[in-house]
Design a protein around this ligand. Sequence first.
Ligand SMILES: [Zn+2]
Ligand SMILES: [Zn+2]
Length: 347
Amino acid sequence: MLDVHAYAAPSATAPLEPTTITRRDVGPREVLIEIQYAGICHSDIHTARGEWGPVTYPIVVGHEIAGVVAEVGSDVDKHTVGDRVGVGCMVDSCRECDSCRNGLEQYCLNGNIGTYGGVGRDGEPTAGGYSTHIVVDQDFVLRIPEGIELDVAAPLLCAGVTLYSPLNHWNAGPGKKVAIIGLGGLGHMGVKIAHAMGAEVTVLSQSLKKQEDGLRLGADHYFATSDPDTFEQLAGRFDLIVNTVSANLDLDAYMGLLAVDGTLVEVGAPEHPMSVKAFSLLPGRRSLSGSSIGGIPETQEMLDFCAQHGLGAEVEVISADKINEAWDRVVASDVRYRFVIDTSTLG
Ligand SMILES: [Zn+2]
Ligand SMILES: [Zn+2]
């Protein structure tokens, strides 16, 4: 067993504080990773604050993990000591259901095991990336190709694949008009990836405040949704709209922006149920769908794609003593575009 430095939330309301947690011994098919960077995802905050259901405290969150293999078990054949690797939102799944067999572990019919807030196969609660080391089954460890620095790679493990998966599934590419709602941690990756796939990319943001950034990151167009003219001007335009905003939007208005057979995909999780009129779907055979992260094969594909296209997240690297401040800024949407913790500062 290994005692490692971490930052934990002691309760739903108290600030995070430095602590020590124990990582299990490396099993035959497991890998010990020395974490170098951990991205801060809004899900970390929702979870730690008990907004997505009850949690056991203290909790160590973090599911955008990038680091280096420090030790491998005797039967490990996919990774070697010194490899640059990452871990995302899952550390295991049943591996037997149809979803798992199809590389869709995120949709495991028996429930995948979350990187934090879950219960591992050893019966112990899982603890995430706000720590210096983690032990993970080799099958849930991704290779981070040379060509992406580890700090900008970390957010790809959640934010990156959350956008890559729907863009890939609904065939974003040349000739396709794609809109991304919201230019935050998720949205900025959507713009970069959809642009690299060859799609015509439009950002739909509340205001034009980040327009310059959006165009620099690869958007072809940028519209303010606070302007009612936007909805008239763009009516029937998009093949695919990916909504990264967790607030409840007027979905009927956005459905009206879809072309025939267009799809609007939810990747955020608004607090309240969503409502949509049948007459927003019927004309134009429009679809409303949802998408959750990506499977392990697709996550690897995404990392390889990002390396090939020189894509990483736009990050602000922080030391551990700035985590609480960073959380407040994430809640206030005051980050361009992802905080990443330098885990060497954890203790
Ligand atoms: Zn996340
Ligand atoms: Zn399964």
